[in-house]
Write a protein that binds this ligand. Structure first.
Ligand code: CP
Length: 347
């Protein structure tokens, strides 16, 4: 078991080089990683998202908080959930949204990333939402944009996917309440290549989760994983025993070099989540997955579509969480809990 003393604390984090995320007043300027942000900031994101979840239930799903702002989606890597929910979030905040199609942009003619950024910046935009296959790309961009522009990391290589982690924390809080200290959360699968797992682990530990577990074959675990403040298991049923939350991860084959696994069939035999194996977790355990899911590889369809699955709720909550991060980084947070005063007639 992890000694709580080895887990990162708010006193230790929040004062490192990653904190180009905060402005001089401690407000969120960029959102690049959950690492280095304190529990107050993470809880503020969750609380702000809670107020936007109401907007998403209304018949007119729009508030004017980002009217006049221009948000640019720069996706250098494939995405379904993240790109579309960022676009919806921006539109529900009344921002103008520009989706740059990288495959048809001048990047494909050899233009450098910095030149592409400087040209888009010259169009007077306010925010870049960036997905890139290189770890560190979002930090690089944040370090090189004009001071008025905010950067949100929509996933960089195997490094970080902070808005995914925060929508996952939102999903856990909605289902299990605000006290993460009582919870056992098990993350199963390809931890080695998963930016989602890294961001989740930082967020769960910052929120003082009682027991954060990772379950994977040795070949799919980073060598220093224990230093992240997790308990490590190699057997699925032992690892998810009495878990409140089971998070399944996809095998990130596009990031694997060499043969790390015998076969997908054998992986499913050992690590695939079936209804039978899920009996080891608590009776009211929820099952999560950031998507895209690979049915029959890491999760059985009966579980993915079953009563314990909150996988599609995660997608829905992603809109509210992204609305929260966009308004916080642009300094336009809602003044009321439910945005009634800011609503454009929605009910
Ligand atoms: N969870 C996630 O990042 O999904 P997409 O790749 O579809 O955006």
């Amino acid at each position: 078991m992890v000694n709580k003393a080895t887990k990162p604390t708010d006193a230790l984090i929040g004062h490192d080089a990653w904190n180009i995320q905060l402005d001089k007043n401690g407000h969120l300027k960029h959102f690049l990683t959950t690492e280095g942000l304190g529990s107050d900031m993470l809880i503020k994101i969750l609380d702000t998202a809670e107020s936007f979840a109401n907007v998403n239930q209304k018949s007119v799903k729009k508030v004017p908080l980002l009217r006049g702002k221009t948000i640019v989606n720069l996706f250098f890597e494939a995405s379904t959930r993240t790109r579309t929910t960022f676009e919806l979030a921006a539109k529900r905040l009344s921002a103008d949204v520009l989706n740059i199609n990288i495959s048809t942009s001048a990047t494909s003619k050899g233009e450098t990333l910095l030149d592409t950024l400087q040209n888009i910046q010259a169009m007077h935009c306010d925010m870049f939402v960036v997905r890139h296959s290189d770890s560190g790309a979002a930090h690089y961009i944040a370090n090189n944009v004009a001071p008025n522009i905010s950067v949100i990391n929509a996933g960089d290589g195997s490094h970080a996917h902070p808005t995914q982690a925060m929508l996952d924390m939102f999903t856990i809080r909605r289902n299990k309440g605000e006290n993460f200290g009582n919870l056992r959360v098990a993350i199963v699968g390809d931890i080695m290549h998963s930016r989602v797992a890294r961001s989740q682990i930082h967020a769960l530990n910052t929120l003082n989760t009682g027991d954060v577990r990772v379950i994977a074959p040795r070949t799919l675990l980073p060598v220093d994983i224990e230093s992240m403040g997790v308990n490590v298991f190699h057997d699925l049923e032992t690892g998810i025993k009495d878990a409140d939350v089971v998070i399944m991860l996809r095998l990130q084959k596009e990031r694997m070099t060499g043969a790390l696994l015998p076969s997908e069939q054998e992986y499913f035999q050992l690590y695939g989540l079936t209804e039978e194996r899920l009996l080891a977790a608590k009776d009211d355990a929820i099952v999560m997955h950031p998507g895209p899911i690979n049915r029959g590889v890491e999760i059985d369809s009966n579980v993915a579509d079953g009563a314990r699955s909150v996988i599609l709720d995660q997608v829905s909550y992603g809109i509210a969480v992204r609305m929260a991060v966009m308004t916080m980084t642009l300094g336009r947070e809602p003044e009321t809990d439910d945005n009634k005063e800011n609503s454009e007639g929605g009910q």
